[in-house]
Design a protein around this ligand. Structure first.
Ligand code: 6PG
Length: 266
């Protein structure tokens, strides 16, 4: 019997306001996990959209940094491009410049995807690092406390792109995914079953170029080969969308408090 996923969406008038809501969402999620389990294991996406949120988290003059128990945090990535850590396309580099260079996180708390390695080797190394740090046994999969996702105009999330092999993988933690539509490149990505096990999953999506994909993913027919973000059907039965009004233009108008709700079948 199909189960229902509740999709709570928050629409802000500007990317700045949406980034601030995302920064507070991080703070609340990290504090909740650290409070409940003594540790907050979070996985972040790359691309452009999260950069300002990371800058806000690091900014001592903003109200977020002082609220975060940095000593209880473990930082992982949802995906990475197959480039060295100092390359302009590197998600690690973006995060280092926007956040890591400015906050008290030790190397032991940062689990970087080694995009400079051969793709299969990088995926195997990342899976090994996660299995070690989560102390996983056998085919056990990790359960992250908080996962930040983005979405491309084509409906991809993480590095799970339309019609790519990576969409079929359900056993592994991390894989190398060949993405012909992205300059015939390779990406390293967490698999969708791992993302779906997370306790809390939120998308941060900004910009008019995401309107069609957002509508298709959450209101269109189930076609995950074409819209891989539809594979995000969390075990928690809850997804949070943090949106700017440009991206949310095709969703039902939110309530007076800027919050809306959709229900999707699992
Ligand atoms: C990546 C991301 C990817 C991203 C979307 C949206 O490595 O590119 O993790 O999944 O979230 O492509 O990217 P933008 O935020 O740049 O639009």
């Amino acid at each position: 019997m199909a189960e229902t996923i509740e999709v709570f969406y928050y629409v802000d008038a500007s990317p700045e306001a949406a980034s601030r809501r995302a920064a507070q969402y991080f703070v609340d999620g990290i504090r909740a996990a650290a409070g409940a389990r003594g540790k907050a294991r979070i996985a972040i996406s790359g691309g452009n959209t999260p950069k300002h949120t990371f800058e806000l988290l690091a900014d001592p003059s903003a109200q977020y940094r002082e609220q975060i128990p940095w000593e209880n945090l473990e930082l992982y990535w949802v995906d990475e491009r197959c480039v060295p850590p100092d390359h302009t396309d590197s998600n690690y580099r973006m995060t280092r410049e926007a956040l890591l260079d400015k906050v008290p996180l030790s190397d032991k708390q940062i689990f970087r995807i080694q995009g400079e390695l051969d793709p299969e080797e990088a995926a195997a190394k990342y899976e090994f690092d996660i299995r070690q740090s989560f102390r996983l046994e056998g085919a056990e999969l990790p359960c992250f406390d908080l996962v930040l996702l983005g979405m491309g105009p084509d409906g991809h999330t993480a590095s799970l792109f339309p019609h790519t092999q990576g969409l079929q993988e359900i056993m592994r933690v991390a894989i190398a995914n060949h993405v012909p539509q992205q300059k015939d490149s390779w990406r390293i990505t967490l698999t969708w079953p791992v993302i779906d096990r997370a306790r809390d999953i939120f998308f941060l999506i900004e910009g008019a170029d995401k309107v069609v994909a957002l509508k298709q993913v959450f209101r269109g027919p189930y076609d995950p080969e074409t819209y891989p973000s539809q594979l995000i059907r969390p075990a928690s039965h809850r997804i949070t969308l943090l949106l700017d009004s440009a991206a949310a233009a095709a969703l039902p108008p939110p309530g007076p408090n800027g919050q809306g709700k959709l229900e999707i079948a699992r």
